[in-house]
Structures are given as C-alpha cells and as structure tokens.
Design a protein around this ligand. Sequence first.
Ligand SMILES: *[C@@H]1O[C@H](CO)[C@@H](O)[C@H](O)[C@H]1NC(C)=O
Ligand SMILES: *[C@@H]1O[C@H](CO)[C@@H](O)[C@H](O)[C@H]1NC(C)=O
Ligand SMILES: *[C@@H]1O[C@H](CO)[C@@H](O)[C@H](O)[C@H]1NC(C)=O
Length: 369
Amino acid sequence: MLTTLGLLLSLAVPVLGVYVSASCPRGKQCRQALLSGNDILLDCNSSGAHWYYFLPHGRDHRSSSLLGVSNIEIMPEGSLIIRNPLPSQTGIYYCLNKNGTQVVRYEIDFQDVTTLHVTHKGLGQNPLQNETLRLGGKELIFTRWEPWQDCNRCGEPGERKRLGYCYVEEPLEEPTPCWLYLGEVAVWISRMRPELQVEDCHAQCSDDEPLRVDYVTFDNFQLNEESESVWLSCPLGSIYRPVIWEADDMPLTWKGQLSGWDVNTFLDPSTGGKQLRVFQPAIYKCFVQQELVAQFNPRPSLETLEVQMEENEAQQQEAGATAQWKADSVLVGLKLVLLVGTVLALAGVLLKFCRPSQGKRRERVLLVK
Ligand SMILES: *[C@@H]1O[C@H](CO)[C@@H](O)[C@H](O)[C@H]1NC(C)=O
Ligand SMILES: *[C@@H]1O[C@H](CO)[C@@H](O)[C@H](O)[C@H]1NC(C)=O
Ligand SMILES: *[C@@H]1O[C@H](CO)[C@@H](O)[C@H](O)[C@H]1NC(C)=O
C-alpha cells in the first residue's frame, strides 16, 4: 500500500541539519514530489543498506545499483543523499537491508525547478489554474500546495513561501505527481510546472531557545570583472527552508525583486533564495530559519586599502611629530622606519584579507529529522 502522507519533509526541525530529509515508515512505500536542483536526503534506517533505483525516464529500464552515480551518496547509517537531483532522476528508489529485504521504497518526482512558476500574493500575482487534459480519459492537472514555511524573519515584517507541485488527477483515482504519472510518456504540456508562492508575514519572535547555529564568515568575495557580479551561497539554505538575505542590514525581499525595485541583487528562485547574485560590494548576511548562518564580506577595494595605509601613516607621523627636534639624519632614519611600518601594516592588512577566515560553525555532518 502506498503511504502518501507518511512521508514528511523535516523542515521545521529544532536543529538545522545540513540536508533536508524525507522519511518513510519502515516497510512502507511513499510517494513524494520534490524539486530538482535542491539536495535531499532519503531516510533509510538500516546500516549497510543497499539502494537500487528504477528510472522510467532513464536509458536503462532495469533497476540499477546507485553505486557510482556521481551526485548520489549512501551514508553508513543507510540514508541516501542526492545532491542537485535532475528531473531525469524521477523514479523509484528502493532501500534494502543487508539481507536484501526491502526496508522502504520511495517514488520521487523531481519536478524541474527551472520551470518554477513564481508568484507573490502581495503583488496580486496568481498561481497557475487547473487545466483538463485529454490523454485518454479526463485528467485534471492541478497544483498541490505544501504548507507555508515559517516566516523568514521575526519581530519585523518578513516573507514566507510555499511550494506547489504539479499533480494529475483522474476521476476516482488518487492524484499522482505529474512525471510519475506520465512515466515513460514524453509529452510537453505547458501547465505542467512546479510553483513557488510568496506572501508577506509578520511573526512574533518565539521564546524558544535559539538554534545556536554558529555562523560562518566568508571574507574576501570579489565581483567578477567580466560579469560584474558574484554568486553567494547560504550554507544550510534550501528551497525547503525559510531563508532571508540582508545587504548592509537591509532585508532583500522577493517583493522587491519581483516588482523590479531591487536591481543590485538577484535571489535565485530555483534554490528558493539560497543563492544570491550580487552586483555591488556590501556586507551580505543570510539567515535560515531566522538564524544568522553566514556573513560575506567583500574584498576591500584598492581605495579602502589606500585609506587604511594613509591612516596608518598619519598615526605614525603623529607619533613622530613629537620628536621633531631631531636632526635631519635622524629624520631620514625615521622615514625609513615609517616606510617599513607602512609596508608591514599593508602586508598585515593584505594577509588578513587574503586568508579566508575559518568558520567556527560546529560540524554537523548530517541530521535525519
Ligand atoms: C533505527 O532502527 C533501530 C533498530 O531498528 C531503532 O532502534 C532506532 O530507534 C531507529 N532510529 C530511528 C531514528 O528511527
Ligand atoms: C539477516 O538475516 C539473519 C539470518 O537470517 C538474521 O539473524 C538477521 O537478524 C537479519 N538481519 C536483518 C537486518 O534483518
Ligand atoms: C483544482 O483542482 C484541485 C484538485 O481536484 C481542487 O482541489 C481545487 O479546488 C481546484 N481549484 C480550482 C480553482 O478549481
């Protein structure tokens, strides 16, 4: 029997794991729509598990072992991590224990995130409408919405998002995610797209213990000279989690982007804003589940370095001014000292900025639920 609702994405977890995970009760089969391009962990609590898959859209129509698939990794405790899954990896994933008995079976529809239909309620934008297909009988294509994710800020106006997956419903049948429904049938129907909807929200800050995620600082990002931009990636961010970025302490919103106000940054819809493209140097911070997880400092420009150098020089000259009575020969020596001091100071500044600072974030390899 297929347990559709037995599968839960662990989203609002008390501790942020590196991977968002999907789980399914032992001995059951679970069917779930997800998005391509976003890492996911399929839970299988059986150490030394073997995984096999069957991909109706793949070249090979037999079940094959997942060993050696470049974006897939089997963890020692049995779970499967699929990094940056492709729509063509839609299919059935079997987890077998050491003895070859099936522990769980997942039917996963990795819907193509590059076709994501993004709308904002606050801008009066409408999600996709239901559409009737006539492939054989009378099929209805509709969007099945996930619950709203938490507000991405608290105590201040924020935004929240929800994901909607494409489903097909036949009369008297359980709805099925679109590409699992189509199986090997290759048709292109423009209505068949996953969705992302955003709305404004205002959440109270909870009294709960903060997650205490130690944040990471990345020094030294630099705009690419050709494209005049750079992509920043928020660690622990995911399309399945609330994420927000700030540029010099100003929040970057989907509303600002979708209405065309914000032109200096671009939140990547296909990662739910985990990735941010920036066109201006500024201090960027990202928050996941309302917790600061990373700060990105730009590499200081040449002008900034020069100002710093001048400041150093001024300080040292001030110190030197009290010794003005000194003879010329002494001054020459002093200048040399100043020069050496400046060079050392500059080298210090360069060293400081050229070395990416080591994050002190606690190493959390994995967290299942
Ligand atoms: C995993 O399985 C073991 C043994 O069957 C059980 O004791 C344990 O509680 C399970 N862990 C989870 C997280 O389900
Ligand atoms: C595997 O089979 C052996 C022998 O039949 C049994 O003792 C063991 O409990 C089984 N292990 C699992 C994980 O089912
Ligand atoms: C679209 O179809 C779904 C599934 O049958 C249904 O729940 C929903 O109410 C429909 N929406 C509209 C606007 O008709």
